[in-house]
Design a protein around this ligand. Structure first.
Ligand code: ADP
Ligand code: MG
Length: 562
């Protein structure tokens, strides 16, 4: 046959072969596009192993009408524009190949609406050619639907594995990106069933619970960043040696949040575990390496899944050091046998694997008793009676009393802030008068100073009346006057020790979330995380239990399974 230029359709099909190896490759490219479009919610639906349908919906930036068709042209991209850009890539995509490659081997529809547009655009392609286009309503974001993948490429179709195997590759891709982007809400539906759903809370531990379950998540150790270190920065979590695995599939590496395969990084982690794992066992790790874009070449592989570091040695030793240090500092993880009234085995404090509570920066005060009791990592499943949080732990079910739990959290926070003189105070626009009974007057008159330590600015105003100029910020919008009167009735005169605890208890009780209040998933998760950080999580300040634990063993027994 004489030499001749190939037909463009054949060229497209050949090129597509490099990018679209299997259904999971399509999912990866579409999810990467959604992430590049700054989506905060990404939903992925697949059927029949991704061969009959793959649909990815996001709430990202969308594409303006004039550019929708271009998105399917080969080497058309909005992400780079010059040779210099290629030297410092900050987006996941940049080759402009994914959409045309997918369209070359499947039927594709896109509905997209960019910010500020009144109406979106629908585009439909068959064999890489646009066959339909019209305006269509849609909220901001993009939905790409890929049907009949490889139907026209029988050779590829033949090499696909079973539906279950293709599904597991798809689930893996989505899981990896869910770990890399904990601030994004992912949901994956396989044949109509929810397989993965992450809360998008921004905390790696929350995504880890959904991807690997509570048992593994509870045994992860956080890598500590070296604040003063130059690049590369290493962050993430590694599994304690007790949760090792027989396969290598539990190492997740991200470079500037791009999911990559890397033998170099795998070796760095493996060597850090040297002597800690039994033969044939491999660690679990979720590691992101951040470094200036110029120090890593991401343009060495058609699927962008491999990268080249300009200083391999520096990256290797930074990862090795971070993992080794985290393992060295790890302490034995105690077992929680039971909570609430049942005996709890004393054990050393658990390694703090949870990121500190971002909004408060609170940690338990050193003056409180050292915990011998700690909570396992819990996965919030729902709310019962607008009163109890239902959560799954490594060993069974936990029912958490929302008011009691919040009281505990606030009580410790208030005591800590008082001792550090850090109570937040809210001045009243107009001073308010507080009329009290003779007994209340006697008690309050001798304890204005103690109340001042908690943020109440109160002064006598004569004739059973006091003037209130400021209150603790926590109580500003609550019934602080009612709380004060209740407190004055319940507390004895004189005894300062009892007073201090009594005030903290009363403030916690009046500012805590009420029983009967509906909580969102995010609120429940936040409350559980805060409870996990307390010194005494299992009782409220009044001594009532904050939770009931039904162990897997008890459940088995109740259901007659033993
Ligand atoms: P690349 O991601 O390498 O730029 P693609 O073929 O994947 O190439 O996408 C082409 C272009 O289409 C992107 O550069 C982007 O501008 C646009 N695009 C694709 N998917 C989305 C999406 N989900 N949201 C917004 N824009 C998108
Ligand atoms: Mg792309």
């Amino acid at each position: 046959m004489p030499i001749r230029a190939l037909d463009p359709q054949i060229v497209a099909r050949i090129a597509a072969g490099e990018v679209v190896e299997r259904p999971a490759s399509v999912v990866k490219e579409l999810v990467e596009n959604s992430l590049d479009a700054s989506a905060s919610q990404i939903s992925i639906e697949v059927r029949a192993g991704g061969v009959s349908i793959i649909r990815v919906t996001d709430n990202g930036a969308g594409i303006p009408p004039a550019e929708v068709g271009l998105a399917f042209d080969r080497y058309a991209t909005s992400k780079i524009g010059s040779l210099e850009d290629l030297e410092s890539i900050s987006s996941l995509g940049f080759r402009g190949e994914a959409l045309p490659s997918i369209a070359a081997v499947a039927q594709v529809d896109m509905v997209t609406c960019a910010a500020g547009e009144k109406v979106g655009t629908y585009l439909s392609l068959v064999g890489g050619t646009i066959v339909g286009r019209r305006s269509q309503g849609r909220s901001q974001g993009t939905t790409v639907t890929v049907r009949n993948l490889f139907r026209k490429v029988p050779a590829r179709l033949k090499f696909l594995k079973s539906v279950a195997t293709e599904n597991s590759h798809i689930a893996n891709v989505v899981s990896q990106y869910a770990l890399a982007f904990p601030e994004v809400k992912f949901s994956l539906f396989i044949d109509g069933r929810v397989v993965l759903r992450t809360p998008g809370s921004g905390r790696l531990i929350d995504s880890t619970v959904e991807v690997y379950g509570v048992e593994v998540a509870g045994n992860m150790i956080e890598l500590k960043g070296e604040a003063t270190a130059p690049s590369p920065q290493v962050a993430g979590m590694v599994g304690s040696p007790s949760v090792s695995r027989s396969g290598w599939g539990y190492l997740s590496f991200f470079v500037n949040r791009r999911w990559v395969n890397s033998r170099l990084l795998a070796r760095a982690v493996e060597e850090a575990y040297h002597g800690l794992l039994m033969a044939g066992k491999h660690p679990i790790a979720i590691i992101n390496i951040s470094l200036p874009a110029q120090e890593v070449d991401v343009n060495i592989h058609p699927t962008k899944s491999e990268v080249k570091f300009s200083n391999e040695h520096a990256v290797f030793s930074a990862v090795h050091r971070a993992v080794r240090q985290a393992l060295a500092e790890q302490m034995p993880v105690p077992e929680v046998e039971a909570v609430a009234g049942e005996s709890i085995s004393p054990s050393p404090p658990r390694q703090a694997i949870l990121t500190p509570i971002a909004d408060t920066g609170y940690s338990p005060p050193p003056s409180l008793p050292t915990p011998a009791i700690s909570l396992p990592v819990l996965r919030v499943m729902g709310q019962l009676d607008n009163n109890y949080i239902i959560a799954e732990g490594p060993d069974g079910l936990y029912l958490i009393d929302q008011h009691a739990a919040h009281e505990r959290v606030l009580f410790e926070r208030i005591e800590h802030q008082r001792s550090q003189r850090e109570i937040e105070v809210q001045g009243l626009l107009e001073p308010m008068t507080l009329e009290v009974s003779p007994r209340q007057e006697a008690v309050l008159g001798s304890h204005c100073q103690e109340l001042a330590e908690f943020g109440f600015a109160i002064e006598p105003f004569g004739d059973r009346t006091f003037l209130v100029r400021a209150v603790p910020a926590l109580l500003y919008k609550k019934d602080w006057a009612g709380m004060l009167k209740e407190l004055l009735d319940s507390l004895p005169e004189g005894d300062k020790g009892g007073w201090v605890e009594g005030v903290a208890r009363s403030m916690a009780c009046h500012s805590a979330v009420r029983a009967g209040q509906a909580l969102t998933d995010a609120e429940m998760r936040e409350l559980v995380r805060q409870l996990e950080q307390t010194a005494t999580p299992n009782t409220c300040p009044h001594g009532r239990p904050t939770m009931i634990h039904l162990s897997s063993g008890q459940l088995k027994k109740e259901f007659g399974r033993t």
